[in-house]
Design a protein around this ligand. Sequence first.
Ligand code: SAH
Ligand code: SF4
Ligand code: F3S
Length: 461
Amino acid sequence: MEIFVPKTETEKQKAVAGEIRERFRRENRRPLVFARTYGCQQNEHDTEKMLGLALMCGYEKTGDPANADLIIVNTCAIREHAEKRTFSCTGAYKKLKEQNRELIILFCGCMAQETGIAEKIKRSYPYIDAVVGTDSNHRLPEIIQNVMQTRKRAYLVNSLPHSDFGVIAEDIPALRESEYKAWVSVMYGCNNYCTYCIVPYVRGRERSRRYEDVVAEVKQLVENGYKDITLLGQNVNSYSGGVSFARLLEKCASFGGEYRLRFMTSHPKDASNELMDVMAANPNICKHFHLPVQSGSDKVLEAMNRRYTRNTYLEKVAYLREKIPDVTLTSDIICGFPGETEEDFEQTLSLISQVRFDMLYTFIYSPRPGTSAAARGDQIPYEEKLRRFEKLSALQLGITLERNGRHTGKVLRVLSEGKKTARSEGGTLVATDTDIPAGTFADAYITAAHPANLEAKIIRP
Ligand code: SAH
Ligand code: SF4
Ligand code: F3S
């Protein structure tokens, strides 16, 4: 089945955008669009593309939902907490709709594609005009036009099995949030089916953009002065657009001048030596590896369907540190996966003490509907999950402080984010003594280390 949206389709959307813009011009309106994004970088970038399409339709961006004519809510389904928050925030838009009948509210992203959510919105959220599944973002102009002309509610949710749906729409202009930091998607979807995770169900099959398209986009960004570019995918190592991910990364790092190239996320089962070698050899690739381990227990790793063991994970870390001794290593951990015993949890604690990650993103296991782990009978009570979460966070706090401390008295190259803050190559926040323009590099002498950031004197702007 074809994964690329045909050019005729994207052209059609652009033509519809032109019609909408013309209508606004005739009516002498200057409409505004507001977007609210939940979830990961993929979602942030999808929002940038939807905003790009909204701009083509004649909207201008606003930071205030109260005076918007179009509200885009881009949702995340990864944990139950994310869902609850979304619905409670969306409730606030109900009032706005009562004040302005012309307001269009779109519910997009991963929750939109989740089983049962479209029905729930149909039933209980009458002020939402359209539910837009992850496959239909590129149809934004058509969706807006339909609502304007008919005021009928629309539900564009893909009903194919998750292993079959998923498209790629090229040539969608992104309205990027930043002038020096950019996301570039290289692949979409996921076929890994970790047993706790909803992503394969809501994002569909794994699919890759063409090598030439990714390279052209990165080259253009570098030429336009972007300094921090992140290649995105749920599992970048599965990239299959013509070359291996390592070779794609290498090519993307080869354009002239100083800039930073990053990637997210790398699955330990396929994080290759080739990728680590490419990272070691290229000055433009940040020496930062995010390698989510999830658990330190082989039993739990197997039950999660992660397809690596504690040992193979440790071997990868050893290879990485041999090649790049000063690498920044970060990871994700889930506490309280069904059936996780005290002993399994101890294994996770021991792995953390052994590896000494620079930073950890720790999550309390959240059962997601439709995933196999959610159906297990051996769920851990919330209080126990929370206890493990807190124990783990306390252990990591000390390690992060120690890891950050290794920079004290050294000079790090930082990229300014403005307002006396900057970021190191490893992604750590650095509070600087002088203000340098956002998007410029500087050498910073690190004077102090805290768990959440470093302090520095700028020695060479
Ligand atoms: N594709 C990425 C992860 C995407 S989700 C990867 O494989 O690394 C980001 C993180 O959320 C995961 O690494 C995991 O630690 C966490 N996560 C995913 N599903 C979860 C769930 N049901 N409960 C708690 N945390 C979860
Ligand atoms: Fe989810 Fe696993 Fe895919 Fe990551 S690799 S998105 S955790 S199923
Ligand atoms: Fe959330 Fe979807 Fe990303 S579920 S974490 S927004 S892929």
